[in-house]
Write a protein that binds this ligand. Sequence first.
Ligand code: PEP
Ligand code: CO
Length: 462
Amino acid sequence: MPGVNAQTEPLKDWTPDSWQSRPARQQPAYRDRAALDAAVDQLSRLPPIVVSWEVERLREELAAAQRGERFLLQGGDCAESFDDCESGRIAQRLKILLQMSLVLVHGLKKPVIRVGRMAGQYAKPRSADTETRDGVTLPSYRGDIVNRPEFTAAAREPDPSLLLRGYERAALTINFVRALIDGGFADLHHPEYWDLGFVGHSPFKSQYERIVASVADGLEFFETISAKEVHQSLRTDFYTSHEALVLHYEQAQTRHIPRQGRWYNLSTHMPWIGMRTAEIGGAHVEYCRGIANPIGVKVGAAMDADWLQRLVTTLNPDNTPGRLALIHRFGAKDLEAALPRAIEAVRATGHSVLWICDPMHGNTENSSGGYKTRRFENILRELELSFQVHEAMGSQLGGVHVELTGEDVTECTGGARGLTDADLQRAYKSTVDPRLNYEQALELSLLVAERAGKPRRARRPR
Ligand code: PEP
Ligand code: CO
């Protein structure tokens, strides 16, 4: 069992609901206060979805990533939908993450921490509180845990009972993921379990199969010379994460763990604060400062040095390793100007963070046909530039955060198959942001593995 968090004293001026006295952006306007209170009350008595020692283990692994000893792969849907809580879809998402992590382990020669954007990623920040169609104005759709997407007054009314439905879907999802993993699905001896039906046609099939064969050879060699199976040492851990957005949901699952002497959000291992809710003095930063989980914060180009520094010192005052991950999402075109400033700003605090690149959210644009899309070349460019800038500044990129699906969708353009704007209408399924499809996700991991796995001196800018 991992050691006790370095911060053993609970914060004195913080409670799970102290966020309620701060300005809270992006919250549903619940009209039925009694129904909200009843849902929060019920949620706070239900068992937790994760446990504190798993959260502590992840924090220790993230601390290792901060030291360059591990690499984080965080990925999944932009938003999960309640309908997607279905065995095939969950297994597919797990499979692509396992395949990507195998490629990364092989290329980087270091353990990969797998964190899904799943089992709770049901709420979305929106640019406007309302949506108007044909003269009718209704609340915006904020994700399945808040309301429903159809454009009717009934569907768009924020419904507190959906907080409970979200909790149940998250629990069903993590239950299935845990059963698959404990049952051997993630065992490196059996990567064939992770095959996806349509992979037969993938341009990366043979490259991926060579990696699988090489891992199998390595395992066999190790097991031959050590005369034991490596099951235990290769046990795959899988963690969950979601944006901590709807604070009534997060508050209700915040528990005090006496053995640790701390409060934990036990709805997920690693909550993150989105870019639209990261203001100092706001409710989301207030809530997150009091929980012991590792916290991610999305960082965009609009955050100046002072803002970043206050985030770092507010959210991690004791500089606890593995506590704070800054997930930068500047966009390929702004990265070279913005990232060095961000690294300098954090350095000036004397605190360490885990740097993660989200190459998706700064690269969203509209296609010629009106689809929200992202170009694979911009995604790769942002990642590549991130590696270069961190390296040039003596810093370290410790992970990547991506939106992907195990399905064969056409939402992002480019990649080895050269998807164009005209291809997008073929299988565009996202109701929110465009995701990498299976092939693009695998291609990205192959390129990261190649890039990050090379010894420093051998690297050349692309
Ligand atoms: C997201 O991760 O889906 C998201 C909304 O990101 P950001 O807060 O970085 O815009
Ligand atoms: Co998104």
